[in-house]
Design a protein around this ligand. Structure first.
Ligand code: 4NP
Length: 150
């Protein structure tokens, strides 16, 4: 099994969508894919309606996912930890215990634009176009990940 974790701030907009998209591209018997937020505001919540809607538009159902907070033992459970932005990166890295933990943490968009540390913008306070934009970025990055791991 390869275990992959997607991380954002709230675990209701970007990372659940990234989880659903990557799941749709990889066989579930070989890949365990999950998501988490660095914050605890939305623990137990289903994803934002706008993320659910844009997922449905492209055939990815995330309506049953539940928010949870990133925790230190995620470094033990996961092989790769993809973050959406610099704030997520810093929050996750600050919890790393070892260099091995640190090396698991990657900016998701570095899959498309290596070493650039570009961010998936937080769409929470914007409109539907923000979610569409985020979907396209996540889909492109997840295609690259799936093609490289399959
Ligand atoms: P996410 O978006 O990190 O992509 O899930 C956010 C969701 C909620 C909040 C911030 C970002 N919030 O402040 O409640």
């Amino acid at each position: 099994m390869t275990n992959i974790l997607m991380v954002c701030l709230g675990n209701i907009c970007r990372s659940p969508l990234a989880e659903g998209i990557l799941k749709s591209k990889l066989p579930e018997n070989k890949f365990f894919i999950d998501s988490a937020g660095t914050a605890n505001y939305h623990v137990g919540s289903t994803p934002d309606k706008r993320s659910v809607a844009v997922g449905n538009k492209y055939g990815v159902d995330i309506s049953n996912l539940k928010g949870r907070q990133f925790k230190v033992n995620d470094f033990d459970k996961f092989d790769l930890i993809f973050v959406m932005d610099a704030s997520n990166y810093n929050n996750v890295i600050s919890m790393a215990r070892t260099e091995q933990d640190q090396n698991k943490v990657k900016y998701l968009l570095n899959e498309i634009y290596p070493n650039q540390n570009f961010e998936v913008p937080d769409p929470y306070y914007g409109g539907d176009q923000g979610f569409e934009n985020v979907y396209k970025m996540l889909d492109e990055a997840c295609s690259i990940i799936a093609n490289s791991l399959r």
